[in-house]
Design a protein around this ligand. Structure first.
Ligand SMILES: [Zn+2]
Length: 137
């Protein structure tokens, strides 16, 4: 399992309530195995959008896990948040403080965490969770 600093921090934050967590590790491992068996090419699996690679390099959190495709660098985790009054394409969050700010006033948020390799452009959803800011009154 990779590290999930933002999610772990969200669990620890008394102002936030994490409501569910869906793990996409199995689906991700299927893709990696297909690549290793030669049934998928690098072009098939290393298709990260340049914007995603920029986010991974700029605000992504380094994981302890090597890229499963090029095995040259550590993967970076990028968190996107969706919810009311947020851009349709989601907002990239750099830290747990950003997350807490967005979840304030009882807002519900949906977070998607993507692992990205800035070296070969591998990317895959690792997990998704929803959370709500606890009311302070
Ligand atoms: Zn890679």
């Amino acid at each position: 399992m990779g590290v999930r600093p933002v999610l772990r921090a969200a669990h620890a934050d008394p102002a936030l309530q994490v409501l569910g967590n869906v793990d996409y590790r199995l689906a991700r491992n299927v893709v990696v195995n297909e690549f290793r068996k030669g049934r998928l090419s690098r072009l098939d699996v290393c298709d990260a959008h340049p914007e995603l690679i920029r986010a991974a390099t700029g605000v992504g959190e380094e994981s302890r896990e090597d890229c499963p495709i090029c095995e040259d660098v550590k993967l970076r985790l990028v968190s996107y948040v969706f919810g009311q009054r947020l851009p349709a394409g989601g907002r990239c969050v750099a830290s747990q403080q950003d997350l807490a700010k967005l979840a304030s006033r009882g807002r519900s948020l949906y977070c998607y965490v993507v692992e990205v390799c800035p070296n070969c452009a591998w990317n895959h959803l690792t997990h998704a969770y929803s959370l709500v800011g606890k009311s302070t009154d």
